[in-house]
Design a protein around this ligand. Sequence first.
Ligand SMILES: [Zn+2]
Length: 457
Amino acid sequence: MLTPARVLLVGAFFSVLVGCTTGRVQKGAAGADPSEVVERSLVILHTNDFHGHIAERDDSAGAARIAAYFAQQKAQHKNVLVLDAGDAISGTPVSTLFSGVPIFEVMSLMGYDFGLIGNHEFDHGWRQIEKFRDAANFPLLAATAHGPDGGLLGDMPSTIVQRGGLKIGVIGVLTDKTPSMITPTGNQGTTFANVANTLREQVARLHPLVDLIVVLSHTGHEPEQRLAATIPDIDVIVGGHSHTPVETPVLIGNTLVVQAHEYGKAVGRLELVVAANGAVTMHRGELIPAAQLPAADPVVAAVVESWEAKVAAKVDFEIAVSDRLISAIELRDWMERVLRERTGADLAYYNRGGVRDVIRAGSVTARSIWNVEPFGNTLVTLRLTGAQVAKMLTENGDSAGRELIADKTYLVATNNFVGAHAQRLFGADAQVQDYGLLVRDLFIETIQKNGLPRPFN
Ligand SMILES: [Zn+2]
């Protein structure tokens, strides 16, 4: 095993040879005293959009193997910062059945330094975020999210942390598009400040006090690159929300933009050397795929197992056997058909973001359908004109697959998430009728009765 000093000397040498720098004045790296280089080096480990995948399954590593990797890195390197960029919950039965709390309990055993509130942290209403903050033994940042009373929903907007000889400013932001992405139920009165303006303020305040500024962002890879291009003095944006596997860091000006896929399928690792003048003189970033992570940490594995045992009886029973992979697009079409048939509606609409998994070939369990629909949405109908349907679809980034008559009223079957947003758009006009029936249960029941969706031909 290489000692930390040797690893970093190799890194510094690499930067001189390849010119792998952020373009600022190089000072302190080449020919520097090795102990000083160690003092001024940092390894950032990062995850995002974990979505409740604490158990190892399919291509997700699970919390216990990720924790083992964090521990291994901390044993090998002096200065390590472990970050999560939001949407830790919602996506698995263990998360939904226990309203997200087990995920933060498990993450507390994994060795995170800071987390971030993402849009899905609002899935159980903003008050539940207080429970997440209690369960997490690391601060959840969020500079842009506020409760109805104007109070900050995160533990803090930003903070300064010391690693070796480095003072690091960490700022947390989540997308200002959050209101259109969260269930209005339990989230009335929450407000989301403009991300760019908030970052400008926070960066201006921290810049004179620190060597390095790291932004934890849940806004998506494209917007994160735009933030990097327009706001100076950010060294690193650890991103999330778009579930993007950024294999090597994207360098925009002097800002490195990274993101580590989704569901614990990979862990991001970014190694930096920072000169005395605050310039990043060496960087090397990569995604470590789940398959390359070490064996499970037994302590974390035991806690994950105890939580998973509580949900097994509810979800681990076979409902069908599939001879093929059923894509999310095909599933969505089938889900719309099921909702239409159940209600006798003229149209059915299911939001794309509401279909969270595919069905794989082999045994299909109730858990498989939970993974497709982890939110616990209910069946609703709406009465909307053709023009209103078109507006609703546009708001969701969709278009109608058929001609709609603008002034004709349609009965539309959908889920309560879409229904609540229609009500926000059209008020009482939308005539939302909630059946109180979980769409997930309807899908499970339909498969048990009629089998899996059949291929188009
Ligand atoms: Zn998100």
